[in-house]
Design a protein around this ligand. Structure first.
Ligand code: HAM
Length: 423
């Protein structure tokens, strides 16, 4: 058997790729309208970056990263997410000295060695946006507003916004204390193997464990929202009132802790019930301590990532895959016509018209079949007789109308009379 791609990764083929291009194009336009600038980052980073930022005890760092020693003995990781890399670049290039306020976005693949299933891949794609230097809750609301607008604009209305606040370094310890007390009542059998470990290493993670017995155990867990300090309460309140004033529906989910350790205050996730178990299509939140943790100044930050693979799966439930087509297929029946067809094909392609020609010596009948297969909107036919009259035949494949066109000034004629695309 020929070599296949590895488990959990996939090829994105035409015509589906057109949907990816459309979505990425729309995302870029919207982000730029909101003042974000693109940043392109390496896929390889020092492993330490993710250990320090995402957290040693998270699933991502403890079991999902693709980490290896390169030939120089350096520990390298294929990035499992982009936030840590954006912060690394912000610090490495001292972007904050130019202006602490930076809005940056990046689109590309991430790598996590999870158990593959529908909507969960080992190489997947994110549209990732980060805002540095603004602690106002208005920016939290604005990026959520922008995200919800993005989904609405794609006619994806079957999505729900969940929000929570994880407090700050002032109030989180009080919640930890209450959480630890709550967790101490359970025997080892009451929680899954991972949560038994987590309750000592990273108790917050027990809150969003999906295993049924852990969910049961967490039924009466104290709400983090009851432990927020006054500043965090008013911060979260303003996020909510701003969203409500903009007509954005949301659910407060006090167990939304997210899978990465860097979050503080606002966290959010956009979920859908139409994708099965992998229901989060975007997630993000504030991470006010991360820049400092990675060696920079105390600068607040917030961001999100959209899971493009899942977004596209959802999008394709409501939109048909685009049907490939060509604007025109040229059938040239002899060598001199082929020469002319070749020039015409190049001239029209650079004007933005998709033109294909035939390079073989097949019969008219089989080439008309090929025109149908290519879904050609027009077919141009030229042969000895047409060339002798300085003319070609143009057939509109939808209306079946046929025209005889002069070869003089044919490019302009086609562009003005037959193809409405702006050139
Ligand atoms: P995350 O929740 O880990 O957050 O990932 C964001 C989105 O990526 C998820 O909601 C999901 O749609 C998609 N995703 C995650 N893992 C997979 C997978 N294995 N297969 C397919 N899609 C997946 C982050 O990555 C944070 N860095 C987001 C962020 C940016 N927070 C602040 N700034």
């Amino acid at each position: 058997m020929s070599i296949q791609c590895i488990r959990g990764v996939k090829d994105i083929l035409p015509p589906e790729i057109e949907i990816w291009q459309t979505i990425e194009h729309k995302a870029k336009s919207l982000l730029e309208q909101f003042g974000f600038k693109e940043i392109r980052l390496p896929l390889l980073e020092r492993t330490e970056l993710f250990h320090r930022s995402i957290g040693e005890e998270t699933d991502i760092v403890s079991k999902e990263m693709y980490t290896f020693e390169d030939r120089g003995g350096e520990k390298i990781t294929l990035r499992p997410e982009a936030t840590a890399s954006v912060v690394r670049a912000y610090l490495q290039h001292n972007l904050y000295t130019l202006d602490p306020i930076q809005k940056l976005y990046t689109i590309g693949p991430m790598f996590r060695r999870e158990r593959p299933q529908k909507g969960r891949y080992r190489q997947f794609y994110q549209i990732n946006a980060e805002v540095f230097g603004i602690d106002s809750p208005l920016i939290d609301a604005q990026i959520i507003f922008m995200l919800m607008y993005f989904f609405k604009n794609l006619s994806l209305t079957n999505v729900q916004l969940h929000i929570n606040s994880l407090g700050c370094r002032e109030c989180r310890p009080q919640f930890y204390h209450a959480l630890n007390t709550y967790l101490s009542q359970f025997n080892a059998d009451d929680l899954c193997e991972h949560c038994n470990r987590r309750r000592t290493t990273n108790p917050l993670r027990v809150l969003d464990c999906k295993v049924e017995k852990c969910r049961q155990a967490m039924k009466d867990v104290p709400s983090i929202l009851e432990f927020l300090c006054p500043d965090c309460v008013s911060h979260f309140q303003l996020v909510q009132t701003t969203l409500a004033n903009q007509g954005i529906d949301f659910t407060i989910n006090n167990q939304l802790v997210r899978g990465l350790d860097y979050y503080t205050r606002t966290t959010f996730e956009i979920q859908t019930s139409h994708l099965g178990a992998q229901n989060a299509i975007a997630g993000g939140g504030r991470y006010d301590g991360l820049i400092q943790l990675l060696g920079g100044p105390d600068i607040p930050a917030i961001g999100f990532a959209i899971g493009v693979d899942r977004l596209i799966e959802l999008y394709m439930q409501h939109h048909e895959s685009p049907k490939p087509y060509v604007d025109m297929f040229i059938i040239a029946l002899d060598a001199p016509s082929k020469k002319m067809a070749y020039t015409l094909c190049c001239d029209l392609c650079i004007k933005g018209i998709q033109v294909e020609m035939d390079y073989s010596a097949r019969s008219l009948k089989s080439l008309m079949k090929r025109a149908d297969k290519l879904n050609a909107h027009f077919v141009m036919i030229m042969g000895e007789q047409e060339l002798a009259n300085n003319s070609v035949i143009l057939r509109n494949m939808n209306t079946k109308e046929q025209f005889v066109l002069s070869t003089n000034g044919i490019v302009d004629h086609l562009l003005t009379q037959f193809f409405i695309t702006p050139h």
